[in-house]
Design a protein around this ligand. Sequence first.
Ligand SMILES: Cc1cc2nc3c(=O)[nH]c(=O)nc-3n(C[C@H](O)[C@H](O)[C@H](O)COP(=O)(O)OP(=O)(O)OC[C@H]3O[C@@H](n4cnc5c(N)ncnc54)[C@H](O)[C@@H]3O)c2cc1C
Length: 435
Amino acid sequence: MASWRNWSGLVRCQPRTILRPAGEEELAAALPHARPPLRVAGSGHSFTPLCATDGTLILLDRLTGVTDHDTERHEATVFAGTPMHELGRLLHERGLGLVNQGDIDRQTIGGAVGTGTHGTGERLGSLSTAVVGTRMICPNGRIIDAGAASRPDVLAASQVSLGALGVMTRLRLKCRPAYRLAEREWILPAEEALETFDMLAAHHRHFEFFWFPYADRVICKALDETDTPAPEPRGALHGDAMSGRDRLAALLFEAARRAPFLSAAIQRLFTDELAKALPGGPPESGKVRWSHEAFPSPRPIRFNEMEYALPRVNGIAALRELAHRIRAGRLHTAFPVEVRTVAGDDIPLSPFEGRDSITIAVHQYRKQSYQDYFHEAETIFRAHGGRPHWGKLHTLTGNELEPLYRHWDDFQSVRQELDPEGRMLNAPLRALFDA
Ligand SMILES: Cc1cc2nc3c(=O)[nH]c(=O)nc-3n(C[C@H](O)[C@H](O)[C@H](O)COP(=O)(O)OP(=O)(O)OC[C@H]3O[C@@H](n4cnc5c(N)ncnc54)[C@H](O)[C@@H]3O)c2cc1C
């Protein structure tokens, strides 16, 4: 029997059958006879058990690439199985770039859209907001082309669907002309970063920071559009390539695992080292690359993660509480807390629906237990009106999630139409949508 696992190794399953269709007709013919639960997986970068099945796992690695594009409207239709790093290159070759991206490019575009994957930028939405059309193949083999003019309800539900409606094979994406970004990094005392956060987020096209609560310092990262020439794209960064900083972090995370009581000292040591290389304010100039090469960074150290989207106005208070809770409870973690902004949208199951948001992410080294730390963080995130990232760890049940989404029923009525027998649902999704 075949086996499948996610990136962090936390989710594993043994599907009875793996379908790797070479074309949409083949997929549409196979789905009605396939053994449920029918789950489609991208590149398995979700931490939650969204893809797990002992029935049929559908992989779209033979349905990749760009099928057509429009350089005047800045739109492209792409196969959903295309990995983000390949998509970036293909769009760039056509003079296009994605409006925003997350911090890695290993996911597939279908999987990234499936969970509302986002980058940072207070005026920019998640990747799901770039979707202006989709082709959905339902479990009974029916094919629906959804867009603003035809089945806008299916389009909206597909923009964040957790793969619960059917299999998206194509996405029409709103892009923009190819552009360059300059990356700047600097280090600040945490208090200064919190006090100036709104100004920094407004000033930069993309701003985020990584907070080391035990060291009381943050690493700031900004990406801004520039006309400065960029080197020719050099191809996708390898997800596991190690920089000198990563090698030091890997050593220190391993030390923190063996001696968790050293977590605080390790964060201080790590940020002292970073402070030797980074300026204490934004440098004049930064490294310039084409956008698809500027957004992602390799993530060679494997971890588990929880991330919540909080109403923007609650973000800073929640962060202060989180830092206090980590320090007062001497919680064991050497990883920083990642803080980003995302513009509100109108997608029924989007964590950003109806509100501009701050996202706060906590990480834990893959070999270290995360439960106590994530529990404390989740309590704070929930108290501040947070909604969990669908692809990252959380403990909320369907009964707790439903009231967080004003348009939950809109999603459910599309789901019930497209998959009346619930053949797309594995046990966690059944608990969510069909309890
Ligand atoms: C190292 C790392 C860094 C990350 N960085 C970010 C980040 O910067 N921002 C962020 O928001 N998230 C981030 N994530 C989370 C990640 O982007 C999401 O979990 C994303 O969904 C993973 O994409 P995937 O291709 O691996 O999809 P999978 O995890 O394989 O699948 C995700 C969901 O999409 C569904 N799906 C996949 N393809 C299709 C399809 N064709 N049709 C219908 N449904 C489909 C699946 O059924 C599943 O429900 C990160 C994760 C990791 C491990």
